[in-house]
Design a binder for this molecule. Structure first.
Ligand SMILES: N[C@@H](CCC(=O)N[C@@H](CS)C(=O)NCC(=O)O)C(=O)O
Length: 213
């Protein structure tokens, strides 16, 4: 049995939930509440399986794996048919580049611990949080939109659902959560609409998780 340690609002955990659904894998979900009791990600029990104190962590037999992109690639290679990360060299490179645009260059700047630390070291008021989120997501999505004009079909890279779409949809949840305007990004909106019409995305959505409140 696969176990996923995550949190309903975590976009990184959301990515893994979508991948598990696409690959039709059953899993046990363990909620790590990122706010309650000082953040359960910092508790000793979770520290033992993930010293980074970030979700997700996936356990599959004897492997404890962090980093959502590594987890998705592992699941795709182990249990899939290699479509989330395509076999074709150029398609695979494009999928990884778009995934990393989101997971490495946009998402980390939105993270709870980054925003909390800004509040601790600078005069960073709650209203500044929205400005910070809006700035980094808008910059990231503007670049991504131009890239997707060249690479997309029904999905981010051609007409096949890949890891890039998983990253995009999860990041758009964060954008909507923080009120980022997405009107200027028609290609991004089109791909999101298509993905959200699919059951594998709907079942993985934050609102559909048992720990959602
Ligand atoms: N690069 C990591 C990022 C993981 C990450 O940042 N997780 C966030 C939730 S989306 C988290 O656990 N934040 C806890 C905190 O900031 O204290 C991945 O892709 O798995």
């Amino acid at each position: 049995m696969i176990t996923l340690y995550g949190y309903w609002r975590s976009t990184a955990a959301y990515r893994v939930r979508i991948a598990l659904n696409v690959l039709k894998l059953d899993y046990e979900s363990v909620s790590v509440h990122l706010v309650k009791d000082g953040g359960e990600q910092h508790h000793t029990s979770y520290d033992k399986i993930n010293p980074n104190h970030l979700v997700p962590t996936l356990i599959d037999g004897d492997i404890e794996l962090n980093q959502s992109l590594a987890i998705i690639e592992y699941l795709d290679e182990c249990y899939g048919v290699g479509t989330l990360v395509p076999a074709d060299l150029k398609q695979r490179a494009l999928v990884r580049a778009i995934s990393q645009d989101i997971a490495c260059d946009i998402h980390p700047l939105n993270n709870l611990r980054v925003v909390s630390h800004l509040g601790a070291i600078a005069s960073f008021e709650p209203a500044d949080k929205a400005i910070w989120m809006d700035h980094w997501m808008s910059v990231g999505f503007a670049a991504l939109e131009r890239r997707l004009v060249k690479t997309s079909g029904l999905f981010c890279v051609g007409d096949t659902l890949t890891m890039a779409d998983i990253c995009l949809v999860a990041q758009l949840y964060n954008a909507n959560r923080f009120g980022v305007s997405l009107e200027a990004f028609p290609v991004i909106n089109r791909i999101e609409q298509h993905c959200l019409s699919l059951d594998v995305f709907q079942r993985a959505s934050p609102q559909a998780q048992p720990d959602a409140n």
